[in-house]
Design a protein around this ligand. Structure first.
Ligand code: NDP
Length: 244
């Protein structure tokens, strides 16, 4: 039996990268999984089929996290489709890196809407649905703990808000037996940050292990937190020592 047998999880941004690996890993631990996506319908459906191949139920749920109604609505859609919600993984995010003077107001608003506001709204909607044992796990970034060079003002600002949110959620929901935790990936090989990209070697060199991580290496920590019963308000670096 898996540690998540009988549980229902929603992974936002489950169609690719860290989210897709997390959806599969949670299914391996026994959860039924709603796979959130914005544009990648086919990719999300592929993840759904892979979850089903592991003997779990799955559904793809579309929502643009930049839209506040959709950011909350995806939680209700997942719970309706799979009959409740036990685990929310706030993973969908956008990485906008660039010199301070090039970051437009439109980009500032979009990054804050997707990386911050949507996480708040989804967590709020999930908390209203969850019972004892509910889990809210959010994907932050190693740039919350260490910004190793220029270009990260907007992205690091957006991810840092998740620290306050997670600690406050832990305090607010602890009495109901619901936990909230935050995972900070280091450089992870995905579409957002390919291990063969132009900035990859520099990022790998900033880690203690001297390499990129895999999406599965983040997913295993998320799965652990989904099963953990006495961990809340905490932050976990899965960053190869980027913050060391
Ligand atoms: P990818 O770009 O590979 O995947 C992003 C996922 O988020 C996709 O499933 C995408 O869905 C979804 N998404 C993007 N925008 C929206 C939106 N507006 N509404 C709903 N869903 C959206 O990213 P990663 O897997 O690399 O990153 C996942 C998380 O990890 C992010 O929060 C990122 O900031 C964080 N992170 C990543 C690191 C890395 O090195 N890769 C390092 C530190 C943190 P669709 O395909 O449908 O557009």
């Amino acid at each position: 039996a898996g540690i998540l047998d009988g549980k229902v999880a929603l992974v936002t941004g489950g169609s690719r990268g860290i989210g897709a690996a997390t959806a599969l890993r949670l299914a391996l631990e026994g959860a039924d999984v709603a796979v959130g996506y914005a544009h990648g319908k086919e990719a999300a459906e592929e993840v759904v089929r892979a979850v089903e191949a592991r003997g779990r139920r799955a559904v793809a749920v579309r929502a643009d996290a930049a839209d506040p109604a959709e950011a909350a609505g995806v939680v209700h859609a997942a719970a309706e489709a799979l009959g409740g919600l036990d685990v929310l993984v706030n993973n969908a995010g956008v990485g906008v890196i660039g010199p301070l003077e090039t970051l437009s107001l439109t980009e500032v608003d979009r990054v804050l809407a997707v990386n911050v506001r949507a996480v708040f709204l989804a967590s709020q909607a999930a908390a209203a649905l969850m019972g004892e044992g509910g889990r809210i796990i959010t994907i932050g970034s190693c740039m919350v703990q260490r910004v190793p060079g220029p270009g990260g003002t907007l992205y690091a600002m957006s991810k840092s808000a998740l620290t306050g949110l997670t600690k406050a959620l832990a305090r607010e929901l602890g009495g109901r037996g619901i936990t909230a935790n935050l995972v900070h990936p280091g450089p992870i090989d995905t579409d957002m940050n390919p291990a063969d990209g132009p900035y990859a070697a520099g990022q790998a060199a900033l880690t203690a292990l001297g390499r990129f991580g895999t999406a599965g290496e983040v997913a295993s920590t998320v799965a652990h937190l989904a099963g953990a019963t006495f961990v809340t308000g905490a932050e976990f670096a899965v960053d190869g020592g980027h913050a060391a």
